[in-house]
Write a protein that binds this ligand. Sequence first.
Ligand SMILES: Cc1cc2nc3c(=O)[nH]c(=O)nc-3n(C[C@H](O)[C@H](O)[C@H](O)COP(=O)(O)O)c2cc1C
Ligand code: SF4
Length: 444
Amino acid sequence: MTAILRTPGDWPAILLPRDETIDPLDLAAARERGAFVGLRRAIQDLGPTGTIATVAASGLRGRGGAGFPAGEKWRAAAASPTGVSGRRYVVANGYGADPSSQTDRTLLERNPYAVLEGLVIAAAAIGATDAIVAVRTDATDAIRVLETAAAAMLEANLAGDDIMGSGNSVEVTIRPVQGAYMLGEETVLLKALEGKRGQPEQRPPQPATSGLFGQPTVVQNVQTLAAIPWILANGAAAFAAIGSRASPGTILVSVRAPAGAGVAEVPIGTSLHDIIALAGPRAAAAKLKALIVGGPSGGILPAELADTAYEYEALRAVGAHIGSGAIVAADERACIVDLARLLTRFCADEACGKTIPCRIGLRRVSEIGDRIATGVPKPTDVQLLADLSADIVGSALCDHERLATLPLASGMRYFRSELDEHILRSSCPAGVCRPIAVAATSAH
Ligand SMILES: Cc1cc2nc3c(=O)[nH]c(=O)nc-3n(C[C@H](O)[C@H](O)[C@H](O)COP(=O)(O)O)c2cc1C
Ligand code: SF4
């Protein structure tokens, strides 16, 4: 089971209860701690317009990576015509595409009522009667917990017909889905929920106007939804006071350092250094070389940038992103060229193939990375990498293509001398890469 890293501080824990002994499925205890106060306020006091205005005023941004304002998405879906079917949908994205990040799975297992309450509030606010949680088939504990929690809510009239006598009806369904990395992308996920094989869709239209079965659909990461009950119970201003000015609230991070690992909740804007330190005193003291921030398409940052704020714009400015919430700290034993090429290969392998610059370009970029790491680069490789990356990003159909070149781009930007060692001297300073030339010589 994933370790929860202790996060001291004078800010309220919104996503993960600080007391680890709590039974996540005890509905009565959850209500004593304040669960479902937000739902009551939304459906009995605020109504759809007031609820959406509160979410918008809180400044809550999507935790699935892109950081889009939740209130804006809800407003668009609520205002979009439904046609004759009259249907709108809310989909909680709990797919957790990045295998190196345990954030969303941990949340689903430890705080299912927060996710489901947020889901029901979102549905009532946009006028949807169908609310779906999409979760990986192999996340069996999360599926069991969610199904038990949803049944308890139905029994307690916190979901289902005429919730709390308000006239709002929301049917909650837990939908296990299985596929590759790209299934976490929202338009692919929606196709999977329709029972079809999916590839990312050109936008516009956005899912908020034409999503599941062509109907207005709010797709929201499970963390985004889990923050909603707290916002409605405590007010938009209280939420806006936590985290950074541009990105209020808290977020889950999945940390892996040489001396410790686990999932932590932190206010957005916490420094990378302080997040790594949560993995334990030995992690805090370890001499780090690089931080991979954002998962497989993350940026590789030098340790000198560890005071960067974990926040959408601050990370983008240094060539990384929040992505899947994964932060991996590497020490002197790591080779940046090797890391960058392995991440790029993962991204190339996972590209769905719909767009040619992504399909062919990422493969070429990955091959160049392999050439450099194995000691047989061409003199034009560095320029070729830069040109290819620009072409790939410029023709992006989906965010995967826009982000997949980040590991190499950031590696080249911050660790140029290490790259040059590989190219000019066929030498790997960290002793990780096995240049073909050396391997061939030693074989004789
Ligand atoms: C390749 C790729 C994989 C993604 N995987 C996930 C995922 O596993 N979970 C998730 O919530 N969002 C994922 N996203 C982002 C979603 O497309 C979408 O932006 C998000 O679910 C919207 O919710 P939010 O606004 O609350 O972040 C992925 C995007 C891309 C391009
Ligand atoms: S950009 Fe890449 S991952 Fe995205 S749709 Fe095109 S081929 Fe698929």
